[in-house]
Design a protein around this ligand. Structure first.
Ligand code: NAD
Length: 439
């Protein structure tokens, strides 16, 4: 499409729906072809995307590749390797009263899928769902975040150069453009972002009975048990927390531990931050920046929520906030009232495991729960007695790099999941089929 006038949402969706109805997107060969082209885009244009991510979030090229570009490439490779197997019809036994017959399930593509992405991993969180929707045989409208404008512009320019423009469209813009899109009837909407907008998306989808996947956030706790190797714990906590300057949906939001462990962990965290970013993180090319002034102001207002063990420095012009650890933080402190989504790590003290479990269960179900413990009993209790989107023992964030695991939240942290075969489940209808001969 090279029309001079911008295509209206209704026309756009009608055009993509016509492509879907024509059957173009159904053959596995078309799907894998699109995945290969998306892969080529990511390899050929990796530096362009990395530069955009640097402009939007100060991401280093290493981090841009590791957490966004290569992440999606791995997801694509995993899908290409397994797609045939995932799509294979599954035969099921037929009850005797039906006589001779056979029955199976098959995955049908849904139609036109809308993917709405946020700004914090603006390439990964747009392209991984798009890859899943294409693998399932759908047409896709991709809406990048306006708060990552360089990445949004780069993807809006590049995707049409590589992918089938009859089936894939990028719509840039903010609230008005997204609102206009949401008036259209889609066959599935995957939204990643905050719960307030998640509710708006779900209400809009309800008008058309469109199913939604909501990938939301929340406060993901990290429980640290007595008697663990605190240098190792601190190194992993700091690396997970301060990646992308803390602007990661599954970042450890706060630490829960007993008072004695808390004292020792403080020092270990300060050391871990220094070994990651040196004595002044503002000089480290590996340390990111806050996305905009609004978030910068929101975050700096939280810096006095506890005793600063390390960090606290900030500069509005460069949107820099040092990796900050706060000790002796009250459960009622401002930093504990909302998802932090920035480089501030509060340590909240609880007497022990029972109280930690109560603390977690008294609050919204988090997107992730992390625990550092050598005790199998403690692991089992945390697994059985709490609810969270994902659960990580000993290593934050990494569960979502495993394509065979579903990625998604529960309760306030979201609904539904994707990645790997779960993207096929999400973006397909599993149709029940019965076949009986007439003779
Ligand atoms: P954001 O502001 O970029 O918003 C996300 C998307 O919603 C954007 O595309 C935006 O245009 C659209 N949007 C904003 N307001 C809208 C409205 N009124 N109507 C319709 N669409 C609208 O990103 P954000 O919400 O600030 O992202 C941060 C949140 O996302 C955090 O809570 C974080 O935990 C969560 N998150 C979750 C995941 C996950 O995979 N579960 C990943 C990243 C971020």
């Amino acid at each position: 499409m090279n029309n001079a006038a911008p295509e209206q949402p209704a026309e756009l969706v009608a055009r993509l729906r016509a492509t879907f109805r024509s059957g173009t997107t159904r053959p596995v060969a078309w799907r894998t072809g699109q995945l290969h082209r998306l892969r080529t885009l990511l390899t050929e244009q990796g530096e362009t995307i990395a530069a955009a991510l640097h402009a939007d979030l100060g991401k280093s090229s290493t981090e841009a590749h590791r957490t966004e570009i290569d992440f999606v490439i791995r997801e694509i490779d995993h899908t290409l390797e397994h797609l045939d197997g995932w799509l294979r019809p599954e035969q099921v036994p037929v009850p005797a009263f039906l006589g001779e017959a056979s029955a199976w399930t098959r995955y049908d593509p849904l139609g036109v899928v809308l993917v709405i992405a946020p700004w914090n991993y603006p390439a990964q969180l747009l392209l991984a769902p798009v890859a899943g929707a294409l693998a399932a045989g759908n047409a896709v409208v991709a809406k990048p975040s306006e708060l990552a404008p360089a990445t949004s512009a780069a993807l809006a320019r590049l995707l049409p150069q590589y992918l089938d423009t009859d089936a894939v469209a990028v719509v840039e813009g903010g609230v008005p453009e997204t609102t206009a899109l949401l008036e259209q009837r889609f066959d599935h909407i995957l939204y990643t972002g905050n719960g307030t907008v998640g509710r708006i998306v779900m209400a809009a989808a309800a008008r058309h009975l469109t199913p939604v996947t909501l990938e939301l956030g929340g406060k993901s706790p990290a429980f640290v048990d007595r008697g663990t190797d605190l240098d190792a714990v601190a190194a992993r906590l700091a690396a997970g927390k301060f990646l992308n300057a803390g602007q990661t949906c599954v970042a450890p939001d706060y630490v829960l531990t007993d008072p004695e462990t808390a004292r020792a962990l403080e020092g270990a965290l300060a050391k871990a931050v220094e070994s990651l970013y040196g004595p002044d993180a503002s000089a480290s090319p590996e340390y990111g920046r806050i996305v905009d002034e609004r978030h910068f102001d929101r975050l700096t207002a939280l810096l006095e929520s506890g005793r600063q063990v390390t960090g606290g420095a900030h500069d509005r012009d460069s949107k820099y906030i040092a990796p900050t650890v706060l000790a002796e933080v009250s459960p009622d402190a401002p930093v504990m009232r909302e998802e932090i989504f920035g480089p501030i790590l509060p340590i909240v003290e609880v007497p022990g495991l029972d109280e930690a479990i109560d603390f977690i269960n008294d609050r919204d179900k988090p997107l992730a729960l992390y625990a550092f413990t050598e005790s199998d009993t403690t692991r089992e209790r945390l697994a059985a007695e709490t609810s969270s989107g994902g659960l990580g023992f000993g290593l934050p964030l990494a569960h979502l790099t495993i394509s065979d695991l579903p990625f998604g939240g529960v309760g306030e942290s979201g609904m539904g999941s994707y990645h790997g075969r779960y993207s096929i489940e999400t973006f397909s209808h599993r149709k029940a089929v019965l076949a009986k001969t007439l003779s």
